[in-house]
Design a protein around this ligand. Structure first.
Ligand code: NAP
Length: 401
């Protein structure tokens, strides 16, 4: 056994590493197979045997339910605690009924409070933008709070009726009797740590601007407070290296000087149009959970769609890397789905482990494969060119490693 160790907040990664993975539902098995093939080939080519991975398969989602009657068995939870880092295929969550999201459950169970989604354009991909090469934006999304915390009561339930009564009697607020109720929770501590993560990400990746996305004009004490706390963290952490939007225009002629960091904010609806009209102005977006979810899919659409956007759920002790997209059930087991998002999630995982050369090699190989015309149907159909299957696309990437 060669396991990751965490000591005093620092991660120690052995060269011969045991790593966990979950295939996921729908297209999950197809894209996971393709991804593991690319990751193994990459480690072999980059490290020539000095480093290697032994993959350990964990059950989750529909497969786990069929075997054990549980979508997220305790044995899988315990195993993730053991391995600390895992790669995960997409998991299905029914809409408006049935089980709560296993993705959300995992993010909360392992306190993976940051969802990091870097989106970058690869030349050759179809895009609805005139200058998609200007898109290089990372969303740092709070991952455990907001309306995603799962505090929801169905219309007519005892809990909903109780809350309606309390609101009326204690706060003189009338809520209609036929309301389903959800509660939005955004804490100061949760906001401070996500802003710290966003600043660390920006500094580590030599990014010179962070924008706080919020809807604080309407939701003053949740999203408005999110903005205020983020600014406070930025002031304390960056000190004299921080510049405001006003200083940017008045003192620096619109250009962030070397070694400085611009921190500004945008109201969510404006942010969603700005990423389309002037993506070059944005580099790191820090956002509460729901805004972060919306904006990252919208940015992914600018560079070819969900099939090319990776994500990492990262906490202080555990991290799970995954595609941004879902299980796209209509493409399940057809060798059609685009595995790029999960392959790049694997690259992010390598960077997290400190295997930066492997991360860079994967990005370069994916870029070169796409430049050479290797595309799956989601992208090929837009350009009217021949599509590769999931597995053949993985082979094309391996050839470029
Ligand atoms: P989705 O699975 O992301 O699929 C939406 C559409 O995006 C697909 O119909 C397809 O578009 C395109 N697409 C997504 N991934 C693709 C890929 N790898 N290759 C090619 N095309 C791809 O979203 P959804 O239909 O809203 O959700 C399905 C299930 O996934 C739901 O149960 C949802 O809860 C779950 N989900 C899970 C995660 C997660 O595990 N982290 C994230 C999001 C959603 P076209 O139809 O245009 O070809």
């Amino acid at each position: 056994m060669a396991l990751i160790e965490i000591k005093n907040g620092k991660m120690k990664v052995p060269d011969k590493l045991d790593l966990a993975y979950m295939e996921g539902d729908g297209i999950g098995p197809d894209i996971t197979r393709a991804t593991l093939k690319v990751l193994d080939a990459c480690v072999k080519r980059v490290y020539g045997g000095r480093r290697s991975i032994t993959w350990v398969k964990l059950d989750a989602g529909e497969e786990a339910f069929a075997k054990e009657g549980n979508y997220m068995p305790d044995s899988t939870i315990e195993a993730i605690k053991h391995y600390h880092v895992a790669l995960k295929g997409p998991l299905t969550t029914p809409v408006g009924k049935g089980i709560r999201s296993i993705n959300v459950l995992m993010r909360q169970t392992f306190d993976m409070y940051a969802n990091i989604r870097p989106v970058k354009f690869f030349p050759g991909l179809p895009s609805p933008l005139k200058n998609p090469e200007n898109v290089d934006i990372t969303v740092v999304r709070e991952n455990t709070e907001d309306v995603y915390a799962g505090i929801e009561f169905a219309e007519g339930s005892a809990e909903a009726r109780g809350l309606i009564k309390v609101m009326k009697e204690q706060f003189k607020i009338l809520i209609k009797a036929d309301a389903g109720i959800g509660i939005k929770v955004i804490t100061e501590s949760g906001t401070r740590r996500i802003m710290e993560k966003a600043i660390t990400y920006a500094l580590d990746h030599k990014k010179d601007r962070i924008v706080i996305m919020h809807k604080g004009n309407i939701m003053k004490f949740t999203e408005g407070a999110f903005m205020n706390w983020c600014y406070d963290v930025a002031k304390k952490r960056l000190g004299s290296k921080l510049i405001t939007e006003q200083e940017l225009t008045e003192k620096y002629d619109g250009k962030v000087p070397e070694g400085m960091m611009l921190v500004n904010d945008r109201i969510a609806d404006n942010m969603l149009q700005q990423i389309i009209t002037r993506p070059e102005d944005y580099s790191v977006i820090v956002a509460p959970n729901l805004n972060g979810d919306y904006v990252s899919d919208a940015i992914a659409a600018e560079v070819g769609g969900l099939g090319v956007a990776p994500g990492g759920n990262i906490g202080d002790e555990y991290a799970i890397f995954e595609a941004v997209h879902g299980s796209a059930p209509k493409y399940a087991n057809k060798n059609i789905a685009n595995p790029t998002s999960m392959i790049l999630a694997g690259a992010m995982m390598f960077a997290h482990l400190g295997w930066k050369e492997a991360h860079d090699a994967i990005y370069e190989a994916v870029e070169n494969a796409m430049r050479g015309g290797a595309l799956t149907q989601d992208l090929a159909r837009v350009l009217n060119v021949k599509a590769l299957g999931t597995s053949e696309f993985a082979d094309a990437v391996i050839k470029k490693l």
